[in-house]
Design a protein around this ligand. Structure first.
Ligand SMILES: [Ca+2]
Ligand SMILES: [Ca+2]
Ligand SMILES: [Ca+2]
Length: 448
């Protein structure tokens, strides 16, 4: 490692200042060492490769290696030294079995919220999250850590631009980086390993998230004043579609209402470190963020099999109030529903500008009939920079071969974003850039 920051490190699994991995025959605890090397392996380290941000320092937080996980261990880890640590990179989460619906508990949620609001001396910690390795039968919007708007969740692509077989899809993924999964087994991620070794087989979205953490470290090096939201805006504006595509042809690229291309698998595309650093140098912090409850729908509706029911919320987006939102960042559809088979429910959210996000996909292994979803915050990033005023449509359907039943009970629409246009003070250097396209969309709209 380039330099280990011992002061920012801690072992929450055994409560001591030394987060050394516990060595086992199966190398089970090699994960953190491998992720750390991707970010921060020094130049000329004579072991292997080089970290994305090779001048960064890295702290180790050991927190997964004990018989059970507690809210307190998670909270302490996520909130550890939030002024010393700028970026937290997490390659863990709820079980990827395609039937778990789980997210941060109270203390962990509070720690993350405190991190983004107060961490990094008020600029906000960056929480980078692996979107998960549950494959096509899981949905990362059922992983409350990845789906949180306070985390930047990162999916992976393989070297030919297609998604990996283990990739999950969901509307909350912001961007992607590269990882293993190609047919050629020699296409894993090279990084540091236990016993001072080199591995060339680091894998999964676990290997994708630290690459993003490295890119964000470079952006913060170029401009230390970036807030946690600036980093998300930069990701949206500089990630590239390139040749990324869905190997199974399910999810195409679409353009949202302000001309930004997004994909259900890859978010806004693959991170471009050079473009992000260049734009970070010119960046002017985005205007204040407001939270607007756009509306509440609470007349229970019976779901239908293979036929959508449609409910609408018509919103002013808190027009002429203290929380007016005119330019979206994240949108949450906070939903309560239950069904005789939870995994058969699909949900789609369509914005007033016509952008349709699949906020829940079918999960064939999820046979829950009891819990359903209770005020679950399904999140989409796909309507970024759109104007939220108008009619939002929620479609719900049971995609069941046999007879199932269910109820959509409640839907609260939460709109998060700015009152002021976010990029007004940024110079446009490239007329074909996404920044130029969005600024033009915002400007044209104002003239109307
Ligand atoms: Ca220890
Ligand atoms: Ca998952
Ligand atoms: Ca997220």
């Amino acid at each position: 490692m380039n330099e280990m920051n011992a002061r920012a490190s801690w072992d929450f699994s055994s409560n001591d200042p030394f987060p050394y991995p516990r060595y086992t025959d199966d190398w089970f605890n090699s994960h953190g060492t491998r992720c750390a090397g991707e970010v921060s392996a020094a130049r000329d380290n004579e072991i292997c490769g080089v970290g994305v941000a090779y001048d960064s320092k890295v702290a180790g937080i050991r927190m997964l290696d004990q018989p059970y996980m507690t809210d307190l261990i998670e909270a302490n880890s996520m909130g550890h030294e939030p002024d010393l640590i700028h970026i937290y990179s997490a390659s863990w989460g709820p079980t990827d079995d395609g039937k778990t619906v789980d997210g941060p508990r109270n203390a962990t949620m509070r720690a993350i919220v405190r991190g983004v609001n107060e961490g990094r001396n008020g600029l906000g910690n960056i929480y980078v999250w692996a979107s998960g390795d549950g494959g096509a039968d899981d949905d990362c919007n059922c992983d409350g850590y990845a789906a949180s708007m306070w985390t930047v969740s990162i999916n992976s692509a393989i070297n030919d631009g297609s998604n990996a077989h283990y990739d999950e899809s969901c509307s909350s993924t912001l961007a992607s980086t590269f990882s293993n999964g190609a047919k050629d087994p020699n296409t894993g991620v090279a990084t540091t390993d236990l016993y001072g070794k080199c591995t060339k087989t680091h894998s999964g979205t676990s290997a994708a998230a630290p690459e993003a953490a490295g890119v964000f470290a470079l952006a913060l090096e170029a401009n230390p004043n970036l807030t946690w939201r600036d980093v998300q805006h930069l990701s949206v504006l500089t990630s590239k579609r390139n040749s990324l595509f869905d190997a199974k042809g399910r999810f195409n690229w679409h353009m949202n209402g302000v001309g930004l291309e997004f994909n259900h698998l890859f978010g806004y595309g693959v991170l471009d470190a050079g473009a992000m650093v260049a734009l970070a140098k010119d960046w002017v912090t985005v205007p204040p963020r407001y939270h607007c409850q756009g509306g509440l729908y609470n007349q229970p509706q019976k779901l239908k099999v293979n036929e959508s029911i449609l409910v609408e919320i018509d919103t002013t987006a808190c027009y002429d109030t203290d929380t007016e939102v005119n330019y979206l960042e994240h949108v949450q559809a906070v939903i309560s529903l239950n069904s005789s088979r939870r995994g058969d429910v699909e949900l789609f959210l369509t914005s007033p500008m016509g952008t349709r996000s699949m906020i829940l996909s079918r999960r064939p292994n999820d046979d829950d009939s009891r819990d359903g979803f209770t005020k679950w915050p399904f999140m989409t990033t796909h309507t970024w920079a759109e104007n939220p005023r108008g009619s939002w449509k929620l479609e719900a359907v049971l995609t069941s071969p046999e007879h199932q039943e269910g109820w959509l009970r409640e839907w609260t629409l939460m709109l998060h974003g700015t009152r002021e246009p976010p990029y007004d003070h940024l110079p446009v250097k490239d007329p074909h850039s996404k920044l130029a396209i969005v600024k033009k969309a915002h400007h044209d709209k104002k003239k109307m």
